[in-house]
Write a protein that binds this ligand. Structure first.
Ligand code: GRF
Length: 217
């Protein structure tokens, strides 16, 4: 089995990146984490990647001023140099240009801490609480130029408890993220995900965890 070469793009602590690294330690996992790239030299996740023997790169966005296209071109050059086949955004806090996104059609995925299409953007957990949502969760989707709008691959949900606070809800959602991101990357790396009319269809055996409410949550 040839494993797909994946780059994980991060900006911070990289706990989702770590979940992908752990999953890829299984030799039967269809992807290898070939590169971790950060736009911030001080991202904590870089140390985790290095301690797992994974190549790292930094493309510091502050060196590019307002020129997003030049920043994206520098990222693209590193991805090409490393023969990357799939890109996984994991807490990568930069908006990407359409020109960049269009070079990774159905080959770039993102994890968002909400049940899309609800709560796009930032502060998702507090906004879910403020809205009185009874269920909340996380989504892995293909990246398209519009933010948080691409076809949904996998979702995982948690119940919102009476009296929940943001930190507690975020913690439960993060545990779901760590479960669904490796699952989604696996499905994409196995070429099992097809997009038709803006929706993902998953080929092969049913995927029981692809939209799961964790019973204990
Ligand atoms: C996660 O909540 C992810 O859904 C969002 O950014 C956060 C990154 O956390 N896109 P980590 O760096 O993976 O720990």
């Amino acid at each position: 089995m040839s494993r797909k070469r994946v780059a994980v793009l991060i900006s911070g602590r990289g706990s989702n990146m770590a979940a992908l690294i752990e999953a890829a330690k299984d030799k039967n996992y269809p992807a290898e984490i070939a590169l971790v790239l950060s736009n911030r030299p001080d991202a904590g996740g870089l140390d985790t990647a290095k301690s797992n023997g994974i190549a790292t790169a930094v493309v510091d966005h502050t060196k590019y001023g307002k020129d997003r296209a030049a920043f994206d071109a520098a990222v693209q050059a590193v991805l090409v140099q490393n023969k990357i086949e799939l890109v996984a955004l994991a807490g990568f806090m930069r908006l990407l240009t359409a020109g960049f996104v269009d070079q990774w059609p159905e080959r770039m995925i993102n994890i968002h801490p909400a049940l899309l299409p609800a709560f796009k953007g930032l502060d998702t957990h507090q906004r879910a609480l403020d809205a009185g949502a009874k269920v909340h969760g996380a989504t892995v989707h293909f990246v398209v130029p519009e933010m948080d709008a691409g076809p949904i691959i996998v979702q995982g949900a948690v119940n919102v408890h009476a009296g929940d606070i943001e930190a507690a809800l975020a913690k439960r959602v993060l545990a779901v993220e760590h479960r669904i991101y490796p699952l989604a990357l696996k499905l994409v790396a196995e070429d099992r995900v097809r997009v038709a009319n803006g929706r993902c269809l998953i080929d092969g055996a049913p995927v029981p965890d692809a939209g799961a409410l964790t019973p204990s949550d």
